[in-house]
Design a protein. Structure first.
Length: 186
């Protein structure tokens, strides 16, 4: 039977420092906060987006528009998900996305397929002036030419490993772990 070994990659304070840095970089790349919209990808990307939004609002003394994207119906492997996929609710910000700098936020960048789905959905909603991709962890392994503009941390991941971002709202803990499945003896 496979067992999982967990390697601690980022502590709660590491995540907070990375999020604070990422928030400053978002504002810097946008040239301020005007026309800035944060869109978190379900599930954990929405939590990271909320943390970035809070950092920006505190530092800049402004309110930032935000929303969320559920890419379930935009997946290129929907047949693998099963006959009844669980579809979450995407939320468009009240200001829309036309002519905005939209920052797509996700927890982990891997193949690029999740972000491609988010871009497709976002395109159905309007035409942003600019789109930035912001991820807490970039684990490499792209299958599509999609790379984050802003990254909290790059992590080298070997075959048979995966990155897991933990958030208090879902996991009662904030941090990042590298999971290695040991299949010897299975």
């Amino acid at each position: 039977m496979p067992s999982a070994n967990r390697i601690h990659v980022m502590s709660e304070s590491d995540v907070h420092r990375a999020v604070a840095r990422m928030a400053r970089e978002v504002v810097e790349r946008n040239g301020g906060t005007e026309d800035l919209v944060l869109m978190g990808i379900h599930r954990r990307g929405t939590h990271i987006a909320a943390m970035i939004r809070s950092e920006i609002e505190q530092a800049e003394d402004v309110e930032i528009e935000s929303g969320s994207i559920d890419i379930t119906l935009y997946r290129d492997d929907l047949e693998v998900v099963g006959p009844r996929p669980i579809i979450g609710r995407s939320e468009l910000p009240s200001c829309g996305v036309d002519d905005k700098c939209v920052v797509i936020v996700d927890d982990v960048a891997f193949t690029g397929r999740t972000v491609r789905g988010a871009l497709n959905e976002l395109g159905d909603w309007g035409r942003p002036k600019r789109i930035l991709l912001c991820v807490l962890v970039d684990r490499g392994g792209r299958e599509l030419p999609i790379h984050p503009d802003i990254t909290g941390r790059e992590v080298q991941v070997l075959e048979g490993q995966r990155v897991e971002v933990l958030v208090p709202e879902l996991d009662d803990y904030l941090g990042v772990e590298l999971i290695q499945t040991d299949t010897e003896g299975a």
